[in-house]
Design a protein around this ligand. Sequence first.
Ligand code: PXL
Length: 277
Amino acid sequence: MSYKKVLTIQDISCVGQCSLTVALPIISACGVETCVLPSAVLSTHTGGFKGYTFRDLTEDMPAIREHWEKEGIKFDTIYTGYLGSTKQIDYVKDIFASGSKEGTLKVVDPAMADNGKLYIGFDAAFVDAMKGLCAEADFILPNLTEAAFLTDMHYEDGSDRRYVDEIMDKLIALGCKNIILKGLPSKNGNYIGILMYIDGKMDYYEHEKLPNSCHGTGDIYAAAFVGALSRGKSANEAARIAAEYALECIRETAKLDNHWYGAAFELAVPKLIELLK
Ligand code: PXL
């Protein structure tokens, strides 16, 4: 049986059910060794809490990378999420180079924006640097807002297929090899679509739109995608599995009272295991 080793680089939001506190358990639950490199440590995520702490770990990265290189440590997949600074993107590229072996997959979730806006703390210089990281990736998993920033397009809700196709073309022109573009509402508003560009072919997947949404579902999606891919699913299958799992997480969260800051992904882990069978 193959046993894969993933490195994931993103922040630790101590409270908030996002980034590493989501990626580590989800990828591990898929039966995949999960190594971590925290990009920053925050007391909470930045989406709704006030007065959070933020420790930037950018300058720890080169020494960690050098140690791994001396130890000959390589990964089957390197997956990046929320990064702590623009400079960090160069260090991540160094880790892509020295932590890879033949066949290593680089998955970039350009976690920097949603609902038409950049998250607090990100600026145009970060977006520019992120374009370069996406060009080096085997897979990118942007939501529509992130895709609009990466392609210098205005933001629309995504129900116009011509707008979405133009964004997709521009992402391809940026050099992104495989693209999973999430969060595309259908014209009637009842469905949410995912447009995929995988191995040069377009594919489209649609699921029901739930009445509620949760913070951190992009991180859940990316972690489940990496987990499923590492368990030998094709990219198209992994993209669907990740969507079905994220939906189940939102359904479970809707049953809870006042759980506003994240999704109860733990309650849906049995569904993820089922989807992987
Ligand atoms: O879920 C993306 C994310 C990750 N990490 C931090 C965030 C956010 C989104 O707001 O604030 C710290």
